[in-house]
Design a protein around this ligand. Sequence first.
Ligand code: ADE
Ligand code: ZN
Length: 336
Amino acid sequence: MNYSKQFVVGLPKAELHLHLEGTLEPDLKLKLAIKNHVNIGQKTIKEVKASYRFHDLTSFLKVYYPAMNVLQKESDFYDLAWAYLLKAKKNNVKYCELFFDPQAHTSRGVSFKTVINGYYKAVSQAKKLGIEAHLIMCFLRDMPYESAKKTYQQMLPYKNKIIAIGLDSDERNNPPEKFIKIFKQAKKDGLHITMHCDIDQIDSIKHIKTCLKNIGVERIDHGTNIVEDKSLVDFAIKHKIGFTCCPVSNSFVTKDMKGKEIKYLLKKGALVTVNSDDPAYFQSYISDDMYTLATKYKLTKAEMIKLVKNSFNASFMSEKKKKQYLKLVDKYAKAH
Ligand code: ADE
Ligand code: ZN
């Protein structure tokens, strides 16, 4: 490889697949647990770190949701998002669209207002760090449709604080069509739409097809199983569908980074991007994900530049703004 980790860290980036709740580092978790008098069952950072263990999506989510009990006050949500933004700055993230899961908090008695106001305060202050940040509200697909509908109603008075609607959590027995009505409504209401199609799920390809052909999503989060159907790959390229891939996360939940699939999609001209998903749990921020993938799959400098350009192109920003960010990438590439 004719470039260093430093080159990758310095590349101007957009991050499009990042769960704010997945940025809860063990030290902040412990600090908030003590402050809010929440018994988390661990007493040291080392013990918290040791508890971050899983082998698939379901076992990951079993660790992930209980950890959120430490988030109680508006300032806790702010602190969590701000800590991520500081890390993003170090990774030269210039633009980000961040997932959050209101139902994971409202279901345990924290109000929607507390969650959104805390997160929004942080994203609106991101400018101070030279970052443009936006929020994507996700529904938990393993909760009933009625709960998603209620959450959508709770969101409406704050609609100008979010850019898009997403769908995450356990995909098993929770196909995208369960939420078709609410995503169509969100589109009508002027919101962008994206959905997780996690790696190697039962019916992965069927779910991807539904998302693309029946629901009309603009991006698929993960989604590399699309390589199993060449006509769908062609469809995704034609319609400029973004794929927000997370190689290190993939390697935790499936033992495979899905690097072959990412490289294939990149070469074919799909809008494939690299992101960190839940960096505190997978101990990998966006530059680490990019560099890990690059080393294992021998990506060229030109391919790394293409990946970051794809991330700006797959974002929900205006075409005019995209051009400005792409110029920044060109300038960096020229200088390095
Ligand atoms: N929530 C946080 N990370 C997730 C992932 N990778 N898939 C589904 N839901 C998630
Ligand atoms: Zn995710």
